[in-house]
Design a protein around this ligand. Sequence first.
Ligand code: AN7
Length: 363
Amino acid sequence: MTAPTGTGASPWRGVIEEYRDWLPVSAETPVVTLGEGGTPLVESGWLSAKTRCSVWLKVEANNPTGSFKDRGMTVAVSSALEQGATAVVCASTGNTAASMAAYSSRAGLRPLVLVPHGKIAPGKVAQAIMYGARLIAVRGGFDSCLEVARALAKDYPVSLVNSVNPMRLEGQKTAAFEIVDALHDCPDVHVVPVGNAGNISAYWKGFREYAEAGRVSTPPALWGFQAEGAAPLVSGQVVRDPETLATAIRVGNPASWLLAEAARDESGGVIEAVSDRQILQAQQDLAVRDGVFVEPASAAGVAGLLARWAAGKVRPGLTITVTVTGHGLKDIDTALDFRGAVTEVVVDADVDQAAAAADLVSA
Ligand code: AN7
């Protein structure tokens, strides 16, 4: 089941045109769009049955470059173009790099991306290269990449489009709008993975703005989940050498630290940690049970929801939305390593062999 999103009378125009009144753009802003947003809200029968709640997945893989980053990038790149930028820079665990490369190349801006050497998924490397980025692999983690990116933007003629650029969060908040527009109300709880902590902050901004405008009465509690080896917002301490197989959220010193704490506290929510094992199990279950193949980091929210349910902290009857942030095809090695057993059987082009391989018995 998919929640209705509008009348279907006109094609989706991308988040700037769909939510123009809510965004810091003017009639003069050159809109750089790939038709991002308008992503499906898909009911998870499995998670709903298990938790006795109504659980919906906001499938952000269905964005042009396969992650939620496109929502923020359309606004950040449009704004950079309006301000006369000629080159843009970002630090990234991979998805921001892919998105930024696509939008800035499309706008005729030169994309420079800094990524942790050897620590981003191959699909994201391929995307950044194919979209024409200058890919700079830094010996160090994401946090070091962000320091270098900030310094480059300060000393050289390049514009920074990381989520420390407020335009990014402005664009990303539209996902909260879409959820409310589809459900015709706020969920009770919204669940999201947390890395550099921009997205949880953006969701809170979106839900709060709709509440302030009287569109909904009560914004949801936000439940954020980090990977155990990269959980500074759980421990309250910077993690010097963060480690997790969910490379997208391998961040030790999140840029939006204070905003994320505010989102947690003002919404009456939590930020907790889940293990890599829980993440990969949730990733596999989502694929097998719901037909939704996400990358490891994207499954952290589902893993966290299940952990809280197992601890008796999920009250039956709630409406819960869970953002799954990026596409599974970006990082197939990690997924298949966990899945383990060989699931392919090689046969000749022969009916009997195929039937035997499929454990079929003739009728
Ligand atoms: C799939 O691409 O930070 O808490 O540089 O790619 O807003 O950082 C990616 C983050 C979750 C965490 N899921 O969001 C980057 C980057 C996926 C992600 C997150 C990311 P934030």
